[in-house]
Design a protein around this ligand. Structure first.
Ligand SMILES: Nc1nc2c(ncn2[C@@H]2O[C@H](COP(=O)(O)OP(=O)(O)OP(=O)(O)O)[C@@H](O)[C@H]2O)c(=O)[nH]1
Length: 621
């Protein structure tokens, strides 16, 4: 037996009544007509995997997509919030830093005012008083000690080509006085000439450059700026300047000391030339003959550099510029720092930047949590989907199994009849169909049995007909041949039966035939066969071989039964019969020989003109 792999075979088995066999039917009927697929093993697992698997997959995917999308948008929103928060924080920090720079400059200005207005300053410039010079140097030293970013503090005379009168340089942490011939003429420097042109109290602010001034003890080749203030005498004439050299790196290191370590500091002048940058090779490019501009590195800073905007905040994704140099992602804020120095810089651009990776690092735990939640939800949705699919397919499988068992002639089993959904409806329809098919098949079987009976029995008398009789005769002869036994056949023909019909009607003839048939059947044993060959001819096949004397007694008995009157209405009808007897193997070998010889014997009896019986004998021929 092979299982039909095609799904159609299962459908066909259900659709065709010919292959269904309800419980209780003779096993040969349905089973013989059933194709192999009707008894093929159940395919529950395939059905379950098909629908359940697909349904679980779809539901799990939907659940996973929903959780994934929600997680993705939550993560994106969190990420954007982090960036916006970082931008605001950076802008605030940059603005605070800018205010500190302004305060530092104002502090320098106040220090310069103190030094310019010190009485010793005038006396040193006007009279060259050595004691006052000493006092002033000491004061300068104190100021430098208090301000570590001051590289140099000098009092320069307007006369004598701008000769330095008091000069304190920084060597390491300590201020050191420069004396005698080491003092230089500085009248040709812009910071001297321009400051002398300024009114009392005004502050000169140099451009921020690399300090190439010869004779500088400290800060040589370091970025620096000079801030200077004129010394005005009683006549209102500028007679000297006090100049402070500020170490830019030191000043900014102090100012930015409390900023987070990952913050990068940027400073550019009013033209955009980078002065402070995490990559020192990009600073003071103009000093090496090649300008390196802030707006070239960060295009977003152009409005601040050009004075069109006070500040700008932006973020750059790593390697965002197609074809450009590789760039790490960052969030940055740049602010304009106005200066009251129209002669040189009128603004600086100050900026702070934070690596984007560091900003987004705060989103990482959230991202990991979201990933875990999405995976968890995906797993849960898969399990729920699998359970749902199982719950859905279990009753379908029950109906499918019931159909298979019904087709195989087994008890169908439980059906989900109480469900109120489509599956319950399917089960109820299936049960109705099953009842209907069972009933129709039972009717069909009854009719088949009736047909079967009719084909082997005489309709009028209910006795076996000629066909069945011939079968039994052949069977009896075969058995007798095998066992060496004898068979005896009595051929009975009613005498003058035509007259009954003619005188009393055909119905009366029928009644006579039926009554005689009953009597013949009742007179014989169950194992013997009494059959009607047709018309008024009957035959009796004796089951066992009997002695001729015994057979003669049987023939007598049968004649007595036939001759008994048959009541019909108010009349008593009576017929006689002629019986011919032939025996195997005495009177013939084959069924046709036995039949023919019994017929001959009967005929011989009939032609003798009276009822009775006669054994076949050769002279009869
Ligand atoms: N009522 C009735 N008559 C039948 C039936 N079958 C045959 N016959 C009649 O039975 C008669 C049989 O014919 P025969 O055997 O020649 O009549 P018979 O009068 O017995 O003649 P013999 O056999 O020579 O004695 C015919 O008249 C048939 O019409 C039947 O089923 N019912």
């Amino acid at each position: 037996m092979t299982a039909d792999p095609s799904p159609q075979s299962e459908t066909a088995a259900l659709a065709s009544p010919a292959v269904l066999q309800p419980p209780g039917l003779p096993s040969g009927l349905g089973a013989a007509a059933s194709p192999p697929s009707a008894t093929a093993p159940p395919r529950r697992s395939r059905l379950r995997l098909g629908i359940a698997g697909r349904l679980a997959l779809v539901l799990a995917l939907v659940g996973l997509c929903a959780a994934g999308l929600t997680g993705f948008y939550a993560y994106q929103a969190s990420r954007n919030l982090q960036v916006v928060s970082a931008r605001n924080e950076l802008l605030t920090s940059t603005q605070v830093l800018a205010r500190r720079i302004t305060q530092t400059r104002e502090e320098i200005t106040r220090n310069l005012q103190v030094l310019v207005n010190h009485p010793a300053t005038l006396t040193v410039l006007q009279r060259g008083d050595a004691a006052d010079a000493d006092r002033l140097a000491s004061l300068f030293g104190g100021v430098m000690t208090a301000n570590p970013s001051y590289l140099q503090l000098r009092l320069i005379s307007a006369s004598e080509h701008g000769l330095e009168r008091v000069r304190m340089d920084r060597r390491g942490a300590s201020p050191v006085r420069v004396l005698g011939d080491a003092l230089q003429e500085k009248g040709h420097y812009a910071y001297v000439a321009e400051t002398l042109q300024m009114p009392a109290g005004a502050t000169y602010l140099s451009r921020i450059t690399i300090n190439h001034e010869s004779g500088t003890a400290a800060g040589f080749d370091q970025p620096a700026l000079q801030q200077a203030m004129p010394v005005i005498d009683a006549a209102g004439k500028a007679i000297g300047v006090v100049v402070v050299n500020v170490d830019l790196n030191s000043m900014f290191a102090l100012l930015a000391a409390d900023l987070p370590e990952a913050f990068a500091l940027y400073l550019a002048n009013g033209g955009g030339d980078i002065l402070i940058h995490p990559d020192s090779s990009k600073t003071f490019g103009f000093d090496r003959g090649r300008r390196v501009l802030l707006q070239d590195e960060f295009a977003a800073t152009a409005p601040v550099v050009n004075g069109r905007s006070e500040h700008v905040v932006f973020d750059v994704d790593g390697d965002a510029e197609p074809g450009g140099p590789p760039q790490a992602g960052l969030v940055a804020a740049f602010v304009a720092l106005p200066l009251e120095s129209p002669a040189n810089e009128n603004r600086l651009v100050l900026g702070l930047a934070q690596p984007l990776a560091q900003v987004l690092a705060q989103s990482q735990p959230l991202g990991q949590a979201i990933t875990r939640i999405v995976l968890g939800l995906g797993l849960v949705s898969l399990l729920v989907a699998a359970a749902l699919a199982q719950a859905l397919t279990r009753p379908i499988n029950a109906v499918s199994e019931a159909a298979r068992r019904f087709a195989a002639g087994e008890t169908p089993g439980d059906l989900p009849l109480r469900r109120n959904d489509e599956i319950g409806s399917l089960a109820r329809r299936f049960q109705q169909m099953q009842v209907q098919i069972t009933r129709q098949l039972a009717d069909l079987t009854t009719k088949q049995q009736e047909l079967e009976h009719l084909s082997h029995h005489d309709m009028l008398t209910g006795l076996p007909n000629r066909r069945l009789f011939q079968d039994r005769l052949a069977h009896a002869l075969a058995q007798a041949r095998r066992n060496g036994e004898a068979v005896c056949l009595l051929f009975i023909d009613l005498n003058n039966f035509k007259q009954v019909n003619d005188q009393h009607g055909h119905d009366a003839g029928d009644v006579v035939l039926q009554i005689i048939a009953q009597r013949l059947h009742a007179a014989m044993r169950q194992a013997d066969t009494v059959a009607r060959l047709g018309g008024d001819e009957f035959v009796v096949l004796l089951d066992t071989s009997a002695h001729p004397l015994h057979v003669a007694l049987i023939a007598e008995k049968l004649l007595d039964e036939i001759r008994l009157p048959v009541p019909h209405g108010c009349k008593q009808l009576q017929v006689d019969a002629s019986i011919g007897i032939a025996r195997y193997p005495h009177d013939g070998e084959t069924a046709s020989d036995i039949m023919a010889n019994a017929d001959r014997a009967m005929y011989a009896t009939k032609t003798a003109g009276e009822g009775g019986y006669r054994f076949f004998s050769v002279p009869l021929e």
